[in-house]
Write a protein that binds this ligand. Structure first.
Ligand SMILES: Cc1ncc(COP(=O)(O)O)c(C=O)c1O
Length: 383
């Protein structure tokens, strides 16, 4: 294995302040460490952030998607339209609830689901849509909800990567139908692992609470009942305390990420890499929370593969990642009838995408270093 330099720049790193660390210690000493007062406080703070809408916390952004589908009444025989360019949990949950995922290809510019293709994929069996806001960039929300209303479809927004994003001045989470956030370690707001569902009313919130923990209510025989088939998806108070500590900084986090994204665009302007064909994301500086900065590699014009490119970055002390290979080409999906060539834009993105370092404690000088390294590698390995 190659040695990595001491000043290694990872592609992601959470920022947890000392107050949060002390807060976690307090929770650990409090005598109540699973779901309790910290979760209540986290839900209240998230609800306030989302314009007063009801919020329920969960132990992952996969659980929130699955329960979001259940609350929307999606089940066996239903179709749910989503994008093949996402983390596989986006569509795995559709199978989990007994429904069928129907993919619509992405728009190669935004890299999000193409809304024309989404509309064309609607059938009488379509019950819901799961749009994904990849890297924190929302889809055209006005158009999305016009389509949803016209076809009477529920929307479960996969906003796993979009905490802190907005749509024309309105926060993601404060608008829309059911909204699903992930607080996984790499997300802009983390609770180590975790997630939250933003719901439309108290009935949905109560159903979410029941699905979260075995369907239990405090009424019924012997002071307890179970009236829906719930699971075990509750968030610990230790995790909720981390999330609460993060929420305090979310505006600063987003601002810093936008500043770094801007520095990437400046760094790549007129660069050898871009001249060679490195692709840049949409330069959205108002809606996106810049969860990730992803370029696409012109592999047909390079003598090295993406894996070798990543190794070259690593040798220069720079981490990178791949988010994500197209879902429909995974074995499970191939076994269910999906094949190469069905969604060419998502396939091309999956093969060429590369996530560059972006986290709040990075500097503009770090960004410049990454851009220089990419230029150097592209120049060295150009065909
Ligand atoms: C787009 C998207 N959807 C869903 C998830 C699932 O979230 P979690 O890892 O919290 O289950 C993720 C997490 O990476 C994601 O990026």
């Amino acid at each position: 294995m190659t040695q990595t330099p001491a000043s290694f720049l990872p592609f992601v790193k959470p920022e947890i302040d000392e107050e949060t660390i002390a807060g976690v210690v307090d929770v650990l000493r409090s005598g109540w460490i699973t779901t309790g007062p910290q979760n209540q406080a986290f839900e209240a703070a998230l609800s306030e952030y989302c314009g007063g809408r009801p919020v329920r916390t969960f132990n992952s952004g996969t659980a929130t998607l699955e329960i979001g589908l259940r609350i929307a009444g999606v089940g066996a025989g239903d179709e749910v339209i989503t994008t093949p360019a996402s983390w596989v949990s986006t569509s795995n949950v559709i199978y989990e609830v007994g429904a069928t995922p129907v993919f619509a290809d992405i728009d190669p510019v935004t890299r999000n689901i193409d809304l024309d293709k989404l509309e064309a994929a609607i059938t009488p069996k379509t019950k819901a849509i799961i749009p994904v806001f990849l890297t924190g960039l929302p889809v055209d929300m006005d158009r999305l909800y016009t389509i949803a209303r016209q076809h009477k479809l529920r929307v479960i927004e996969d906003a796993a990567q979009a905490f802190g994003s907005s749509w024309n001045g309105k926060r993601i989470g404060a608008i829309g139908d059911i909204v699903s956030f992930s607080f996984h370690a790499n997300k802009n707001l983390t609770s180590i692992e975790g997630g939250a569902l933003v719901l439309n009313n108290e009935d949905e919130a109560e159903l979410a609470r029941k699905y979260r923990l075995q369907g239990i209510t405090r009424t019924g025989h012997d002071g307890m009942d179970c009236d829906v088939l719930g699971g075990k998806y509750n968030l610990t108070d230790v995790a909720a305390r981390v999330g609460l500590g993060q929420l305090k900084h979310i505006e600063r986090f987003t601002e810093q990420r936008r500043k770094l994204a801007h520095a990437y665009f400046t760094g790549f302007e007129g660069s050898a890499a871009v001249t060679l064909g490195v692709g840049l994301p949409v330069a959205d500086m108002s809606n996106s929370n810049w969860h990730m900065f992803q370029i696409t590699l012109p592999l047909d014009r390079l003598t090295i593969s993406r894996a070798e490119f990543m190794e070259q970055l690593k040798q220069r002390g720079i981490g990178s990642g791949v988010h994500y290979p197209a879902i429909h080409l995974f074995t499970l999906y191939r076994e269910r009838g999906f094949t190469d060539g069905m969604f060419p834009h998502a396939e091309q993105l999956g093969k060429t995408t590369l996530t560059l370092p972006l986290f709040t404690q990075m500097s503009v000088a770090d960004v410049a270093r990454v851009c220089r390294a990419i230029d150097e590698i592209c120049t060295q390995y150009a065909k």
